[in-house]
Each structure stands twice: as C-alpha cells, then as structure tokens.
Design a protein around this ligand. Structure first.
Ligand code: PMP
Length: 457
C-alpha cells in the first residue's frame, strides 16, 4: 500500500488525466446523463461502466472504434473478446447478409447446425456431442446441471476469481471480498454446494478432494483465468485436476468461453494437452452474434436425449427459443473457416509475448511494481507486489486501487481502450498490427515513466 503522501501525488495525476478525459468526451457525458434515466448505472451491463461515465461508441471497424465525440481508439476489448476478426469483418457481413435473406430464425432443425457442430468438433476432439445456447452463462448453467445429473452428486468445485456467468451455483467468489456473497439474491442453501479452490494451487486440489472427493460432481475451470486476471494455468495444475477428477469419478469441465478458438483452433485444451470431459464455448464461435455451446463425452451429453431417457427424472433439460440461431451460426462458421485459413495463432503469441516481455522489462527498469501476464492474444496487467499466479494474488497484492483507474483513463486519453477499469485484460484480434502493438507499448512506457516521476517526488 502507498503512503499518504504518494496517494496524494497519484490522486493529482489522476485528476489531471480525468480532466483530459472529460474535456474530450463531452458528447458521451451527455448521452450518459440520458442513459442513467433508463438503465441502472446508465449501462446495459455493469462492467461497461467506468468512472465518471463511459464512452459511447458510434461505430467500429477492424480493431478501431470511434466514440460519440469522434475520438478514435484501438480496441482491446473487441465486444467482450467475441470479435477475433475485429469489428465489421467484410466476409462475416457478406455471409450474414446472405443468411438474412434465407431466414433469421427457424426454430426447426437445419443443416447449418450440423455443419457448424461438425466444424467445432473437428477442432475439439474431446467434444463428441454438442448443444448450442445463446450465451456462455447459459451453457455453464446446463453443463453444471449435466454434471450433477451424470454423477448424481451435489458439489461443484470452482476457482476463486473464476467467472462463468451469473448462474447461481457458479456466481460464487468471483470478486473480492471473497468472504461476502457476490450478489444479493443468492441463497446460501444453493451456494453451499459450491466449493472454491485457488487457481494454480495443487495443494488446494488435493485438499478439496480429500475432504469432499466422493461428493464432487465436477470441477469447472477456465484454463486461462480471464476476468480474474488473464493468468494462464500452469500445466501441472490442469494435469493434477484431470488426475483427481479421474480418481474420484468427478467430471472436469473447461470453460473455454474466452480461450476457445482464441489461444489455438483446438482451444486451451489442445495447447495444454489436457482434455476435459465437458467443454463450454461462447464468444468467438458466434462471430459477433450471441451464442454459447457445451459439449463433451457422448455418454454424458446423451443424458439430454428425451428419446433415450423417457423418465424425466433421469434426463437433463436443455433448450431455448434462439438456440442454433442461423445468423449466429453463419457468422461463427465463417469466423472459424477464416481462422483455419489464416492461422493467426503464431502471430498472436508473438505479439502477446512482446507486450508481456517488454511491459515487464519496462516496469522493472523504472522500478514500478507492475506485472504483465497472459498467453496467445490474452494480456493481463497488474499493479501488484508480485507477479500473480491466481485471482487472490491479483486482487490482494495490489499496492494501490486508484492506479487501475488512472492507467485505464491514461490509456483512453492515449486512444487505447480495454476493459475493465478494475482488472485490465486486453484481447487481440487478427486486425491488430505490429504498429498497434508498438503504439500500445509506447503508451505503456510513457505511463510508466510519468508514474515513476510521480512516485519519486
Ligand atoms: N465464461 C467465461 C470464461 C466468460 O469470460 C464469460 C463472459 N465473459 C462467460 C462464461 C459468460 O458468457 P456470457 O457473457 O456470454 O453469458
């Protein structure tokens, strides 16, 4: 933690940056004043808010977006990470336009759903059967239910700081303080069956299985912690999870909503060479349109089959009006086909490593406690006393809270935008160029230099 004098210096620096933000975003401020009349907090999703009001986007193209005041930003948020090809990708628009003419929503079976499923399964061999949903949250809800039904057990193990959407059983210990409920309205009777472990902690895995092993239905984990800090798992952690799940007949679920088709065509499971029983997908597979999916071992997935399981107490329900919507599937299929053709993953890894390595070396050169984490197109930035290995360290070893807001605003006035204000995770698209990366590093260096002056005074 900073001493009072340095906090004051930091506050002055923040005020200076904030004034520039307010000066350059007058139209956004005006829109926000109207937005607050109709939406709680003025926004359609609370994480889209940042202090004192967010920018309002007017249009977006490639990796750039423009706000209501015509400021141009390089976007490292990309529609919550969904737009791996960047905004308004021409082939996606063309494919969707064609599909619009053929039908926006059938509500019946259609060939595209099979073609799309096969394409996903070709890249994810652990997915032997699949079902589509409309969001990652929904997919996680179903997959949890499936695991409980299959194992006939109650307990779910998740990671502290892991985000799987706001389904009651999974909206547990996502943000600090971790000893409080994450949202009002959650019943303890429900969350008491959700156990948490620290990301990358093998001893936590051993402990939770030793105590609860025979009652654990599943362990659900993001192989790269996303909203919890863009922190990659150590392979050993995932391997041990796999071993313990096997030993205790619990299911291992990878939530690859962020990592699916982002860290490789085969997701994080291929990168780590550790395979789950069930996989959850979302974001990228919708090509910029709403989607989610879950899939895995045939024997588990077949529990959804009403023909096979006529007794409803044995089978698992899954459905939804817009499931397998042809617009999302068209955009998603085209996206995956382009990723197959372009194979951007080596470049993603090179760009990511460059930011992480140079960022870390700049921070150490200027003696600032700032750490860059991440993997293949996912970058986390932490103002912590050490490089975080999990969300607890990412949150609890912070040496200042204001620094996060300050850095976020500093980037915005430098025409770089990422989310979130409280936990920076930057995502790349195929539209980011090496000059975007150079520019990002310049802004980071500029910031670090100014910060080191402020902290030295
Ligand atoms: N899982 C992970 C890993 C996510 O990052 C998210 C969303 N950011 C979700 C699930 C929830 O997905 P959705 O917002 O589509 O419901």
């Amino acid at each position: 933690m900073l001493n009072t004098m340095l906090e004051k210096e930091l506050e002055d620096f923040y005020q200076e940056v904030l004034n520039k933000y307010v000066e350059s975003t007058k139209k956004s401020r005006k829109l926000y004043h109207t937005g607050i009349e109709v939406f709680p907090q003025g926004v359609s999703y609370s994480i889209r808010y940042f202090d004192p009001y967010p920018i309002y986007v007017r249009k977006a193209h490639g990796c750039k977006l423009w706000d209501a005041d015509d400021n141009e930003y390089t976007d490292y948020w990309l529609g919550h990470g969904a737009l791996i090809l960047g905004h308004t990708s021409r082939p996606i628009i063309d494919a969707v336009k064609e599909q619009l003419e053929r039908g926006t929503h059938f509500g019946f079976c259609h060939e595209l759903e099979i073609k799309f499923a096969k394409t996903i399964m070709k890249h994810l061999p652990s997915v032997e059967m699949i079902r589509f949903t409309n969001s990652g949250t929904e997919a996680n809800m179903y997959v949890t239910r499936l695991a409980r039904a299959y194992t006939k057990r109650k307990f779910i193990v998740k990671v502290l700081g892991g985000w799987h959407g706001s389904y009651d059983a999974l909206h547990v210990k996502v943000t600090p303080p971790f000893d409080k409920l994450d949202t009002a309205g959650l019943l303890e009777e429900i969350t008491k069956y959700t156990l948490t472990i620290n990301f990358n902690s093998i001893s936590d895995v051993e402990k939770v299985f030793q105590i609860h092993g025979d009652n654990i239905a599943c362990v659900i984990v993001e192989p790269v912690l996303g909203a919890g800090g863009a922190i990659p798992a150590r392979r050993e952690f995932l391997k041990v999870l796999r071993e313990y799940c096997d030993k205790y007949n619990a299911l291992l679920i990878f939530d690859e909503v962020i990592t699916g088709f982002r860290v490789s065509l085969g997701g994080a499971q291929r990168l780590y060479n550790v395979y789950p029983d069930l996989t959850v997908l979302g974001k990228i597979i919708g090509g910029g349109f709403p989607i989610g999916a879950f899939g895995g071992k045939r024997e588990i997935m077949e529990l959804i089959d009403e023909c096979k399981y006529q007794d409803k107490s044995l089978r698992v329900f899954h459905g939804g009006t817009f499931t397998a919507n042809p617009i999302s599937l068209t955009a998603g299929l085209r996206t995956i086909n382009i990723l197959e053709e372009e194979n951007p993953y080596i470049k993603f890894e090179e760009m990511t490593s460059k930011v992480i390595e140079e960022g870390n070396s700049l921070a150490s050169r200027y003696n600032i406690n700032m750490f860059f984490t991440g993997i293949c197109s996912i970058i986390g930035i932490h103002f912590t006393n050490k490089r975080p290995e999990n969300a607890i360290e990412a949150y609890e070893s912070r040496w200042s809270f204001l620094i996060y807001k300050l850095f976020h605003k500093y980037c915005i006035i430098g025409k770089i935008i990422y989310m979130t204000e409280k936990m920076p995770h930057l995502l790349l698209s195929t539209q980011h160029t090496w000059s975007d990366i150079e520019y990002l590093l310049n802004v980071i260096e500029d910031f670090i230099r100014k910060l080191s002056n402020v902290l030295r005074t």
